[in-house]
Design a protein. Structure first.
Length: 168
């Protein structure tokens, strides 16, 4: 197995990112997205990221393929929420259980801390998802709330646990 390479995402990664994203849209309730993303959608989505800003995209390469990605996104549209970000990590289904998600998410959080501009990071976990809950807790997030049956996907309602991490 080759060494894990974590770096900022590039436009050339969008095909692989789209493939990973669309798998989770189609097959799982871990994202409440309902329609698969087009390449045009991913190109527009990519425009929000900045390597020195608070909205960042990191990718992990393993064995010459894109194993996953992690991103920080706008938490809320109202200006006072600007120092807060929503964070997430997604892995190719063949790359889970290898510690890649932990390293990728940790790298994102460290990069965000270096900006000095993020006060809180939030993660939303559709439950049950013990692996994601453990990951958030290992990376310093704490439980901040529960949204009961907040979303409807794949024929049933799903609750969402909110995790938060102080970044100062």
């Amino acid at each position: 197995m080759n060494e894990l390479n974590i770096r900022f995402g590039r436009k050339e990664d969008l095909g692989a990112i789209r493939e990973i994203h669309n798998y989770f849209v189609r097959e799982t309730s871990v994202t409440f997205e309902m329609e698969e993303a087009s390449m045009g959608n991913r190109r527009s989505w990519f425009e929000q990221f900045d390597e020195t800003g608070i909205h960042q995209l990191l990718v992990a390469e393993q064995d010459d393929c894109l194993a996953g990605y992690s991103a920080s996104l706008r938490f809320h549209e109202r200006p006072a929420y600007a120092p807060s970000v929503m964070t997430s990590v997604y892995l190719h289904p063949d790359q889970t259980g290898k510690g890649i998600g932990r390293e990728l998410y940790r790298a994102l959080l460290e990069s965000l801390e270096k900006t000095g501009k993020v006060h809180r990071a939030y993660g939303l976990v559709v439950i049950p998802n013990p692996a994601s809950e453990r990951l958030h807790q290992k990376l310093g997030f704490r439980k901040a709330g529960l949204l009961e049956e907040a979303g409807y996907k794949l024929g049933r309602y799903h609750s969402v646990r909110i995790y938060e991490r102080l970044m100062d």
